[in-house]
Design a protein around this ligand. Structure first.
Ligand code: GLN
Length: 489
């Protein structure tokens, strides 16, 4: 196991802060130095402010010096995907449209982290407006996979995954609309969790597809992810889809015995085809391990799985076309210098401000919502979404959770799929239906392929059953050594 401080997990760092072995300012400096040493290669950060970071660390040290009772997150640096609002910080969505935008308010999840004493450390790269699976749709920069700099980190929260993997931050937040937390977590060899829809407020998350988006954590361990989740979850009156459920103290409920006597569903459709054979072998071994740890593996069927991608690309693009209408060149976004009249302001600003994938989705979304096609596409897609949700409900009558791959392949080479959007869309084949059903899902490292790239195991839970889901993932993780490996940078 690595002894470098920047590869330590939050529990270890928090103990060091409590014992006085390190101060929050010294710890912040460790991550500043690490970022300066490796981010030229990794490219996870779009922006960062060392002075603000150190100033907030100093305040944490002052709180500690006063002997106040502090949360485990006090003094812990947390990075943010660049679509999460913090007052006074830039928020670009990795788009030219918002390149110079500064957020006037702090979103709820971020406010909760700040209240817990966490320190914001940097704004992390992503696919533009969270549309993509490789981070290559960022209009601002490229992010590389810390395990192999020729490869992509996954997406859309690629910067959030790469920053944790490279030891530039012990935990980060991302957002997951169709897999954007779990897929990059899998490809970068870290833990990534998408909570149940409605558990974490979306207030202060720049919207892509509002009925699917959720904020969630990336971390080095399941315990750390559960700690961050505990702090960001909870009802919020500023998000009308926020659900008022009791938030458990997830970290204290983790048990290495939790898989004993449980039933794990194995969706037969997931193993049908399309998966890289080595990834399949590694995931099957991981599922064997889940069985050895006491779970009974039961085959389940999710018969509408093959419709998940087409349904997602109707619903997500429809919602995106509406959500992105606000970026019009009139108010706070990029405004074309070439515009001659008011219509020109709209057309040219949007033409210049949005990248190719974003435009493709706005056009697709407007098309499926247009009066002649609404019934044929959008309405039908909503009906199939219900069938997908019913599939899960039926499966969960017999099992406690579902085990599955996270991604059909390991991280691919930079540029390999940029010319073929459809093959890029298939990266999310095992994650997308979880968003359509609104369920929680987590990806934990479960092995390495012969090319040295990490593979993730996905566990999918019942709605609002986060405490059990995290506990199953923790039991698996504790029985393996995968999470202890780090990339050589
Ligand atoms: N890769 C999917 C997409 O491109 C999912 C993105 C996400 O979860 N934000 O839409």
């Amino acid at each position: 196991m690595s002894s470098e401080i920047f590869y330590k997990n939050i529990s270890e760092l928090s103990a060091m802060l409590n014992s006085g072995e390190i101060s929050a300012v010294e710890l912040a400096q460790v991550y500043i130095d690490r970022k300066n040493a490796v981010d030229g290669k990794v490219g996870a950060f779009i922006s960062s402010n060392e002075d603000e970071f150190l100033a907030s660390a100093k305040k944490s040290d002052e709180r500690r010096a006063k002997g106040a009772t502090l949360s485990e997150l006090d003094g812990i640096p947390i990075g943010l995907k660049d679509l999460l609002a913090v007052r006074g910080q830039k928020l670009t969505c990795a788009s030219k449209m918002l390149e110079n935008y500064v957020s006037p308010y702090t979103g709820t999840a971020m406010q909760k982290l700040e209240d817990a004493g966490a320190l914001f450390w940097g704004r992390l790269n992503m696919d533009e407006f969270a549309m993509g699976s490789s981070c290559e749709n960022s209009a601002l920069q490229k992010t590389r996979n810390p395990w192999d700099l020729e490869r992509i980190p996954g997406g859309s929260s690629g910067g959030s995954a790469a920053a944790v993997s490279a030891g530039e931050c012990p935990a980060t937040l991302g957002s997951d609309t169709g897999g954007s937390i779990r897929q990059p977590a899998s490809l970068c060899g870290v833990v990534g969790m998408k909570p149940t829809y409605g558990l974490v407020s979306r207030f202060g998350l720049a919207a892509f597809a509002s009925s699917l988006d959720q904020i969630g954590p990336f971390a080095r361990t399941v315990k750390d992810a559960s700690l961050v989740l505990k702090h960001i979850a909870g009802y919020d009156k500023f998000d009308s889809t926020s659900v008022n459920v009791k938030i458990d103290d997830y970290p204290s409920m983790l048990s290495t015995e939790s898989l004993k006597g449980k039933k794990a569903g194995l969706p037969k459709e997931y193993f049908a085809s399309g998966m890289d054979s080595e990834v399949r072998e590694i995931v099957e071994k991981a599922i064997k391990k889940v069985e050895e740890l006491g779970a009974e593996i039961v085959e389940v069927s999710l018969p509408h799985t093959e419709l998940a991608i087409p349904v997602y690309y109707i619903i997500a693009t429809a919602e995106a076309s509406s959500n992105l209408a606000r970026y019009d060149g009139i108010r706070y976004t990029h405004r074309s210098a070439e515009a001659k009249d008011v219509l020109d302001v709209y057309f040219k600003s949007r033409a210049e401000g949005f990248g190719e994938e974003v435009k493709r989705r706005i056009i697709l979304g407007s098309y499926v919502l247009s009066s002649g096609y609404y019934d044929a596409y959008y309405l039908r897609a909503q009906k199939v979404r219900t069938l997908i949700r019913n599939d899960f409900e039926k499966a969960f009558e017999n099992v406690d959770f579902i085990v599955a791959p996270t991604s059909p392949t390991t991280a691919f080479k930079v540029g390999e799929k940029t010319g073929d959007p459809l093959s890029m869309y298939l990266s999310d084949i095992y994650t997308i239906n979880v968003n359509l059903a609104g369920l929680p899902g987590i990806s934990v490292p479960c092995g390495f392929a012969s090319d040295g790239m990490p593979v993730g195991l996905q566990m999918i839970g019942k709605a609002f059953d986060e405490s059990n889901l995290l506990s199953y993932a923790h039991a698996y993780e504790s029985a393996c050594e995968w999470s202890k490996r780090n990339p050589q940078l």
